[in-house]
Design a protein around this ligand. Structure first.
Ligand code: C5P
Length: 406
């Protein structure tokens, strides 16, 4: 497992570094922490030492029990460096080549080939200071990465930009980077490709307060959208109702409710699409008539007549020109047999078969079946990891198509 060096600087958000270290450990990473002197006023080194299960480094001139030059051995040891929180000060120092304490000295010695992330956290006036912007732009040209702040209540009582992203969001970015970096040339792997993704459930209204729907959470579709953005694609996400955060960096996010609404939006976008991934669990039926007043109960049974919804993917299969089509098959039985039927009927290039019982969960086992009926089974992985596995197949397919053109 990879080695992550976490640098903690003296912003109030330093207290959140305990959660970051703990989450990274839970994911199985080796973690070592370096703190600035100021950070130790906000959170005690002992906390981070206990959570990381490693000694915490603060002072360059500590008695060194291993007789190593520690700022060098730590910068060599790290596979990934995360500075969280990253204050105005540390960014200014790194951007201007200042190395006057343990953390800034380590940063000066980290190879530029290694990923270094700064999770910004500061008062809004500091955040808006053009000097910060200049420093960030300079550092970006050397490959340093920045995790931008959220808007929210700041320690200075302002409700504004400057609040460090939550530990879960920061750790998610690191994990995604780690998975993506296993793909060749990952930052540009889908560059210039226009992806259209449907995700989540649809909602078929019966009356003003009742509807038909299903258990899909949208997690797989959102993970695919985020992974595709991370791989350089232009992504349009058409999503049914969900509680998830909208992925960062989308070209367009379109929120829909019913299957017909989803169909209209997909149909509008399909011609300007290179890759269409239909991940949504679209309702096959909707009530024949919508009752605009609440249906009153009586002593009799109630029958609601349902009519067929359009099959979005099937319709796009008919319109397909050069688009690559990826479908999903969530089944409770005869999974592969049913998936193969859909692959053919909907003119797909690939179908991802899985057990419908995993709807709404964080992990899944899938089988990716290609047009030539060859397949790959992937067991029990997080939906984030599966998203990259699926996109890796898409990238291979695109490459094959390009090679055949030659
Ligand atoms: O036929 P079935 O609904 O099981 O096929 C599943 C695949 O078709 C999924 O990729 C799903 O997103 C897509 N689909 C669709 N429109 C529907 C039903 C399913 O795009 N009305």
């Amino acid at each position: 497992m990879k080695n992550i060096l976490v640098g903690v600087t003296g912003g109030i958000a330093a207290f959140k570094s305990a959660s970051i270290v703990s989450l990274l450990k839970k994911k199985g990473y080796n973690v070592k922490v370096v703190m600035t002197e100021n950070a130790t006023n906000i959170i005690g080194p002992l906390t981070l030492e206990t959570l990381s299960k490693n000694r915490v480094y603060v002072d360059m001139w500590d008695k060194n029990p291993h007789y190593e030059v520690e700022h060098i051995s730590l910068s060599d040891w790290a596979d990934i460096v995360l500075i969280a929180p990253a204050t105005y000060n540390i960014i200014g120092k790194v951007a201007n080549g200042i190395a006057d304490d343990m953390l800034s000295t380590i940063l000066s010695a980290v190879s530029l080939r290694k990923p270094v992330f700064f999770a910004l956290a500061m008062n809004v006036n500091m955040y808006e200071n053009p000097i910060l912007n200049e420093n960030i732009n300079k550092l970006k040209t050397y490959g340093y990465r920045f995790i931008d702040t959220n808007e929210g209540l700041l320690a200075c009582n302002y409700e504004a930009k400057g609040r460090m992203k939550e530990p879960e969001e920061i750790v998610d970015i690191i994990v995604r980077h780690d998975i993506a970096s296993k793909i060749d040339n990952f930052r540009d792997a889908l560059k210039g490709k226009r992806l259209l993704i449907t995700s989540g459930r649809t909602r078929e209204d019966i009356d003003p307060i009742r509807y038909l729907s299903n258990k899909s959470s949208g997690k797989m579709g959102y993970s695919l959208a985020q992974a595709a953005v991370d791989l350089g694609a232009e992504v349009t996400l058409v999503s049914g109702p969900t509680n998830l955060n909208v992925p960062d960096g989308l070209k367009e996010f379109i929120s829909v409710d019913s299957a017909i609404h989803m169909y209209e939006k997909v149909d509008e976008k399909f011609k300007d699409t290179d890759i269409f991934i239909a991940c949504a669990a679209v309702a096959d039926y909707r009530p024949k008539e919508y009752q605009d007043k609440k249906i009153k109960k009586s002593d009799l049974n109630l029958t609601i007549e349902l009519v067929r919804n359009p099959d979005i993917l099937f319709e796009m299969g008919k319109k397909k020109e050069n688009q690559l089509l990826v479908g999903f098959a969530a089944e409770t039985n005869n999974i592969i047999e049913n998936a193969l039927k859909k692959l053919e009927k909907k003119r797909l290039d690939m179908i991802v078969a899985n057990n419908a019982s995993t709807m709404g969960t964080d992990t899944n086992s899938i089988e990716i079946i290609r047009k030539d009926r060859s397949s790959t089974v992937i067991n029990q992985k997080s939906k984030t990891e599966l998203a990259y596995d699926i996109l890796k197949e898409v990238i291979l397919d695109l490459k094959k198509a390009k090679d055949e053109e030659k």
